[in-house]
Design a protein around this ligand. Structure first.
Ligand SMILES: [Zn+2]
Length: 249
């Protein structure tokens, strides 16, 4: 899901008191995962559950890391220890001292939760104290222990950096008729080689999303990228590639 969709959906659930107790945010672009997590955690406390920082008192406090009922553990490298998990459990089992009546903890790189630390967390994930929410973050959901994974709602954060490249002329070209695809060669040949390699690599990621069943197109595309990198004549590579594209599109 796109960031904006995730934020809107979860804001709705928070407002309606239907929010999942435990979620895993997973995405290859980990910076995006962190952004969603920060926004989501802030939304729990925001006076209006605003998907963006509206500078309310709670948002300000959250951004200055000044909310006792919010805790983040995990440094991305070291294994997360049982002691760290127990700290969450004891801290979050106490009655809230804040007026928010919500407690949120985040586990960064949750794949670093191994055996005994994970085991200590299981019961807490399954039967959390009232209004306690956990957000587990990872690049790859399959790296998280299945026992943890099965107790959480999984949300995939789309890699928008790639998918939002809407102005990729190589992708736009695919929506033209065959004759016009072949005529695109004039414009494409004007693009400098290194730029064209970058564009075609970006386009490949978009194509996988937009034409997921056209494996012939993937092959043609990969061949073109290789050809561009290693052949002497960029223009011949382009001509051959466009002919191949018209045969598979
Ligand atoms: Zn706010």
């Amino acid at each position: 899901m796109k960031k904006i969709e995730i934020k809107n959906n979860l804001a709705k659930l928070i407002k309606e008191n239907r929010m999942f107790h435990s979620i895993i945010l997973s995405g290859k672009n980990y910076a995006e995962v962190i952004t969603v997590s920060n926004d989501l955690a802030r939304m729990f406390f925001c006076e209006k559950t605003n998907i963006d920082n509206d500078k309310c008192n709670a948002c300000k406090r959250f951004l200055s890391n000044n909310i006792i009922d919010y805790l983040k553990i995990g440094d991305g490298n070291l294994p997360i220890t049982k002691v760290q998990v127990q700290e969450i459990i004891s801290r979050f089992s106490l009655t809230s001292v804040e007026k928010f009546n919500k407690k949120v903890y985040v586990i960064d790189c949750a794949e670093n939760l191994k055996n005994d630390a994970a085991n200590s967390l299981l019961k807490f994930l399954e039967e959390p104290p009232i209004n306690t929410f956990s957000i587990l973050l990872t690049k790859n959901k399959t790296d998280i222990l299945p026992t943890i994974r099965s107790r959480c709602n999984l949300i995939n954060v789309e890699n928008e950096k790639i998918i939002d490249c809407k102005n990729n002329i190589l992708v736009d070209m695919l929506y033209k008729n065959k004759e016009d695809i072949l005529l695109s060669n004039i414009d494409i040949k004007k693009i400098e080689k290194s730029e064209l390699i970058k564009l075609s690599e970006d386009a490949y990621e978009i194509i996988k999303e937009k034409f997921p069943l056209n494996t012939n197109l993937f092959e043609v595309w990969l061949e073109f990228i290789l050809d561009l990198k290693f052949s002497i004549s960029k223009n011949i590579s382009i001509d051959n590639w466009l002919i191949n594209v018209t045969e598979v599109i």
